[in-house]
Design a protein. Sequence first.
Length: 303
Amino acid sequence: MRVLVSDFGGLRVKWGIFEEGELVERGITDSSSISDPQKFKLFLNRFSFDRFVLGFAGLIKEGTILHAPNHPRWEGYNLYRVFSEYDLLVDNDANLFTLGEAIYGAGKGKRFVLGVTLGTGVGGGLVIDGEIVRGAGGLGMEIGHITIGMEGPPCNCGSYGCAESYLGGVYFVERASRLFLRHGRSAPKSMKHLEEAARIGVSLARSLWEEYGRYLGILVASLINIFDPEVIVLGGGIAGAYDLFKENMFKEIRRRRVAYVLDTEIVPSALGPDAALWGGCYLVCGTEASPNKSPKGNSESQT
Ligand SMILES: [Zn+2]
């Protein structure tokens, strides 16, 4: 069986082709070139596959995209109807990330795994005994919209002070830019720029990552207090800066978690950008999927 898994994030679309549970080809493309479902259909024409798993960054109910702030032209579409010619399975991208990490990655061997994706937005997933927990209406685990600041900045969901409005890449870069400009420096354009600036010792950038760690610690402490998971796996583009924010994150967690919960592991993703691809593969291939098999024709192509 040939399976296409696509991880449709805020800025980038990752894809992988699996043959009999083995990753044989993968690539990444800019999501702005696939701004609506029709364009995505054209994009899919290049692949041949039997089954298709789509992990999408947005609120999805029974295949309908209810809210996707980074992809407004996708909102309202039912993907099972739009892509009816394919044997399709749609899920939230953070659910697939968490499933991939729970089965093959940093949560392997653990029964209760919570995933946090830190990218353009902030997503979450919960996997218990190898099953994704989605909530009564399929819309649970929107941890990016937990309020962590009562009078905090507006969030694109309509609320204020959501975790995403502090930790989402779009918001964080915006805040950093204002600060940099105020100090007479040119504004950083992305989280990657901010990471690079911190790594070469720009003190403004370093203090911003410390602040990032504090806000993330507040969120993670709440997640520990609610769920008491065995492990929390941090993923997404921003997780690469883990060493820049972890100290402050752990400090904040120690201050805020219930005192008796002492052994929650908090670790960065083990599968990196492939985590959601493996999660999607596991959904349709089950245990046949194995990242330990050596990927052949493994092209990280910029298409
Ligand atoms: Zn929100």
